[in-house]
Write a protein that binds this ligand. Structure first.
Ligand code: SF4
Length: 321
């Protein structure tokens, strides 16, 4: 009996891949492997659970317990379309450490473990990725990165109609596709996404857009405040400093704010124009310059032109180096 591991992302393509493997090797030991960024759309979990149930395949979920935003605080860095390793650290490294070194992350969950046919599901396993023709150029790098495991991408080598597979199992596609997104990652909040993507988010998921706009803004404040503290550059008129570290800043802003109102050091409080220029952080960049979600928000509200073709976004499990 052979082992097969499907990198299960919550997208339709990886589901179709899982169906193909199950049809081809019905008697083998097949695992759905999902690495959770803890920042996914709730309907993604509905989709992967339903897929595991209907395909009658065991699903293993691994996670560091951090979401991309929390990771940025840990790393003291604001990720954006040019830098950032959230997909590498939250997804690919988790998978690599487990499959190549046998190290499990902080969080491990099973669903339908009764369908696992042998406990050793890793040795000699073939790994499957749900990428199609449009991402074929990444094939060689993926194969290299996962050696010595054998790697297969059935959607490239076979004519598989993904919608038909969903119909076959009576599974509704994840909501993110209904909204017009091309993938089902991080509930549309990808910090590497571009203007066209965030414009769609604003239109289709306004609450999520509002929240990520606020988070980006606070992240900018927190990181700037942290740099002030670290560099002992506090403006003279700021008397009380509650935040001792970026982690404190994070926890206050995102967890304790309602219960324990505090004084926050706003970067504009005593910043020189030069300092402000250096300390401006954003997820998006435009012509290499910071371009915040708030910038985009106001430009859309004023009917100004934005680049709808700049989509960007995550290559989770694909852009490994
Ligand atoms: S989808 Fe974007 S935010 Fe989420 S892990 Fe991938 S790169 Fe990071």
């Amino acid at each position: 009996m052979k082992n097969h591991i499907i990198f299960f992302s919550g997208g339709k393509a990886s589901f179709a891949t899982a169906d193909w493997v199950k049809m081809k090797y019905p008697n083998d030991n097949i695992l759905l492997y999902f690495t959770d960024t803890c920042w996914e759309h709730e309907d993604l979990y509905r989709f992967i659970n339903e897929a595991s149930d209907k395909l009658q395949l065991p699903m293993l979920t691994h996670s560091t317990g951090l979401n991309p935003l929390q990771l940025m605080f840990e790393k003291k860095l604001v990720y954006n379309s040019m830098i950032g390793d959230c997909s590498k650290l939250l997804k690919m490294k988790v998978a690599r450490d487990f499959l190549k070194k046998g190290e499990s992350p902080a969080i491990e969950k099973w669903r339908n473990k009764q369908y696992l046919k042998t406990e050793d599901f890793v040795t000699g396993s073939t790994l499957y990725f749900g990428i199609g023709f449009d991402e074929m150029h990444r094939q060689d790098a993926i194969v290299r990165n996962w050696a010595p495991f054998r790697v297969e991408m059935p959607l490239i080598e076979n004519n598989i109609w993904i919608e038909k597979i969903l119909l076959k199992h009576g599974i509704r596609q994840p909501k993110m596709y209904d909204y017009g997104f091309s993938h089902n990652n991080c509930s549309g909040r990808c910090v590497k996404a571009g203007q066209g993507h965030y414009r769609l988010l604003k239109d289709r998921m306004p609450e999520v857009f509002q929240k990520i706009m606020e988070q980006e803004h606070h992240l900018w404040n927190c990181v700037s405040a942290y740099r002030y503290i670290k560099a002992a550059e506090l403006p003279p008129d700021v008397e009380e400093v509650e935040l001792q570290s970026l982690d404190d800043a994070y926890r206050d802003y995102f967890y304790d704010r309602a219960e324990r109102p505090r004084l926050y050091i706003h970067p504009s409080a005593g910043a020189t124009p030069e300092h402000m220029m250096v300390k401006r952080y954003s997820f998006m960049k435009r012509s290499g310059e910071p371009y915040t979600i708030r910038d985009l928000h106001y430009e859309v509200e004023k009917d100004m032109q934005i680049d709808m073709f700049e989509i960007g976004g995550c290559g989770c499990f694909i852009d490994f180096n």
